[in-house]
Write a protein of this length. Structure first.
Length: 137
């Protein structure tokens, strides 16, 4: 009786099907995922040559292009703005109010909001702008 040696087992791994499956999964997840728009207030700040950065403040008033008013990113009616501003200024350690208004809004609305800020007890009033990209003088 003859003893035969051990049978050799094929130990090669064919990874071509694995790559196909991973590629199909990648395509599936890319097509099935949806991109979430971040909610926010759409405004275009006016530019200024003398614009400079200010530290983050507690009280920010946004005025959007469609004349909606937001106090600290919360939409508020124009009639309730004065009362809410008084409360916000009293609770804030820094009594400055930043106004971030779209460059296309009515100037009268901006002046009324500034007037409300002063009536609400704001000690400082900052009109937010963005720096110009190319300073042409």
């Amino acid at each position: 009786m003859e003893f035969k040696g051990r049978k050799k087992v094929n130990t090669q791994l064919n990874i071509a099907p694995l790559i196909d499956v991973v590629f199909l999964l990648l395509i599936f997840f890319m097509l099935s995922s949806h991109f979430v728009d971040q909610p926010g207030i759409k405004i275009t700040l006016p530019t200024a040559v003398t614009a400079k950065a200010h530290p983050k403040e507690d009280i920010i008033i946004f005025i959007s292009r469609d004349n909606k008013v937001y106090l600290n990113k919360k939409e508020i009616s124009f009639h309730d703005l004065l009362d809410e501003l008084k409360t916000a200024v009293n609770n804030a350690k820094n009594k400055s109010v930043i106004i971030k208004a779209d460059e296309k809004i009515d100037l009268g609305l901006a002046v009324r909001v500034m007037d409300f800020a002063k009536k609400g007890g704001a000690e400082g009033l900052i009109v937010s702008t963005k720096p110009e990209k190319d300073n042409v003088e």
